[in-house]
Design a protein around this ligand. Structure first.
Ligand code: PEP
Length: 252
């Protein structure tokens, strides 16, 4: 089965409800004719409902940027998978490096979140990636393989059709320093190999592996031309309609 490219925007902590709706109205119109690619936007929690409403019946899906792995309860300030599903999301980004770095999220916690997402029928995008220091020491493959294996612990093979992995080298996120297409492709092949070890080749071949880290209109074509690139997770450049439209409409 050929993997369908997933072009996803992570808006992080940007945009009010009004700004979010304006952006997705522009995207909806400009991307209406796009077929054969999955398009996903991940606004902040406060805008999820309004964005999902504005995108009803369109070819653009909506994802959250995090969840707490419980259905409900005394977890002040947290958001459950049931609530995320309820506002119209199909996806959720998990284990983003900013959450690992600023909120001390461990692989084990990310794994719990993955299980919770899948338990509610949400499709998780599991983010992994090494620091500049780890790459400098030549440990990028070991670090990322560990994150993949721990993040997917006890996730059964049949659930993997709903899981995507995003390789996001931390040194490339928001820095303007994109991984070269070869560096990214090499890491994607490593991740595919990890998946193959965990689930066998047939399952591994169907999992989408996205690249994230300073993807822009000017570099997306070259990145997406690599054989192991199954899409992009885009931060800064997804906040502007013209730029994200060009990224989604990459040419390869
Ligand atoms: C991200 O937030 O996942 C990301 C890749 O950000 P940027 O595109 O801004 O580097």
């Amino acid at each position: 089965m050929a993997r369908k490219k997933i072009m996803a925007g992570n808006w992080k902590m940007h945009k009010t409800v009004g700004e979010s709706v304006t952006l997705v109205e522009q995207l909806r119109e400009a991307l209406a004719e796009v077929t054969g690619r999955e398009i996903l936007v991940c606004p902040p929690f406060t805008a999820l409902y309004a964005v999902a409403q504005a995108l009803q019946g369109s070819n653009i899906q909506v994802g959250a940027q995090n969840l707490y792995p419980a259905e409900q309860g005394a977890y002040t300030g947290e958001t459950s998978p049931k609530m995320i599903l309820d506002v119209g999301c199909s996806h959720v980004i998990l284990g983003h490096s900013e959450r690992r770095q600023y909120f001390q999220e461990s692989d084990q916690f990310v794994n719990e979140k993955l299980k919770a997402a899948l338990g509610y029928g949400l499709k998780p995008v599991l983010c992994v990636g090494e620091t500049l220091e780890q790459r400098g020491e030549g440990r990028q493959k070991t670090v990322v393989s560990f994150q993949v294996e721990r993040g997917l612990q006890s996730i059964p093979a049949e659930a993997m059709k709903d899981v995507a992995v995003a390789y996001e080298p931390i040194w490339a996120i928001g820095t303007g320093h994109t991984a070269t297409p070869q560096q990214a492709d090499e890491m994607h092949a490593t991740i595919r190999n990890n998946l193959s070890g965990l689930y066998g080749d047939a399952v591994a071949q169907d999992v989408c592996i996205l690249y994230g880290g300073s993807v822009k209109p000017g570099n997306v074509d070259e990145l997406m031309a690599q054989p192991e690139m199954d899409g992009a997770l885009v931060g800064g450049a997804s906040l502007d309609a013209e730029s994200f439209v060009r990224i989604v409409k990459f040419q390869s």
